[in-house]
Each structure stands twice: as C-alpha cells, then as structure tokens.
Design a protein around this ligand. Structure first.
Ligand code: GRF
Length: 191
C-alpha cells in the first residue's frame, strides 16, 4: 500500500508512520510527502528519510483546484493508494476528494465531533473537560467532519498543564495513526 503524507508542520506523526514501517508494524510505504511550507520541519524529516517530497506554494496557483490538480498528478504518477493528512492545514477540495473518495484520512487531537477546527487541545483545556482524546476519520468536504474510523480517549488530570495534555495526546497519536493505517491495509488485502 502506497501512502502520500500531507503535512504542514512538525511532522511527528509523519515520523511515527515512517518508524512503524521500519519496525515492521505497518505494511506500507511512504512514497511521497506533500507540504505547503518550505520551512516546515517535516520537509527535513522526509529528506533525511530519503522520501520523495513535493513542496508547493499555494499563492503561485490561480486557485485551490489548480494546486490540487498538480498534487493529484503527483499522487497518481506514484500510484498512491491513500492520502494521509498529518497536520495539513488546508481543507481538501473536490479535485482530490473525488478521485480519492474514502482514501483520504486525517488525525485530529480531540474526540470528534467535540472541538473540531484549530487548537483542539487548547479548546478542550479551556473548557476544562476531563476526558479528551484522538480521532482518525475519513476526510469529506467539511472541517473534521468525515466518518470516524477510530478514537482513543484519555483523562485530563487536574494537575495537567496544556503542555502535559499535548504530550499525552501526541503519544496516543503516534500509536493510533499507524495502527489505523495498518487496519486499512488489512481491509485492502481482504478485497
Ligand atoms: C497533530 O496533533 C494532529 O492531530 C493535527 O496536527 C498535529 C500535527 O502534528 N491534525 P505533527 O506535525 O504530526 O507533529
């Protein structure tokens, strides 16, 4: 199963996926990293791992359809099976959604449908919820709205700072995302 990871930032989930593959826990190949910010640390991580990288600047394209058309070509040329969003800070439009229907997934640091959108960890922390977690879902045309594939919950202790919560969420993400991707792979094999 060939994966394209789309990311805009640090890339800790990207790393977790690559490491799960190296450890033999995930039967897949990251064939492409797509990033919309040249300065994002994930770009260097992909280069270190010798993974093909496409960095694009959305501003030089006429519109979303134009840059997504270019990204679609990048994915199709490499016969990408699944697009894995890992901190990709753009909504996916129909140009990619249609050809990759049910083949684009996202990870979000809350128990959706609670705390969709930006800074989900901050939103949960500010509301003083006691239980939060991580969701992996298929991507549709909304913001964090597609069908949920899996979730994992965690408790926010009274003594936890926002940074503590962030660390706990990340630790869950790094286990959950490769596991969910592996479950998709198992379903592919069964087809
Ligand atoms: C993760 O918390 C993920 O849930 C959210 O963006 C963050 C990306 O972090 N969608 P990283 O770049 O993988 O470290």
């Amino acid at each position: 199963m060939k994966l394209a990871v789309f990311a805009s930032g640090t890339g800790s989930n990207f790393d977790a996926i690559v490491q799960a593959i190296e450890a033999g826990d995930l039967d897949a190949e990251v064939s492409l990293l797509v990033c919309d910010r040249i300065e994002a640390p994930v770009v260097e991580k992909a280069q270190r791992a010798d993974i093909d990288t496409v960095v694009f600047n959305a501003k030089v394209y006429e519109n979303k359809a134009a840059y997504e058309q270019a990204l679609l070509k990048d994915c199709q040329e490499r016969e990408i099976d699944y697009i894995i969003l890992a901190g990709y800070m753009r909504l996916i439009g129909p140009t990619l959604l249609k050809p990759y229907e049910n083949r684009i997934i996202n990870i979000h640091p809350s128990l959706l449908p609670a705390f969709a959108g930006k800074d989900a960890i901050g939103q949960a922390f500010d509301k003083q919820v006691k239980i939060t977690g991580v969701t992996v879902h298929f991507v549709d045309d909304g913001m964090d709205t597609g069908p949920i594939i899996d979730q994992e919950a965690m408790r926010i202790e009274d003594s936890d700072t926002k940074e503590d919560v962030q660390k706990k969420i990340q630790a869950i993400e790094h286990q959950l995302y490769p596991r969910v991707i592996q479950s998709l792979q198992v379903k592919e094999d069964a087809k």
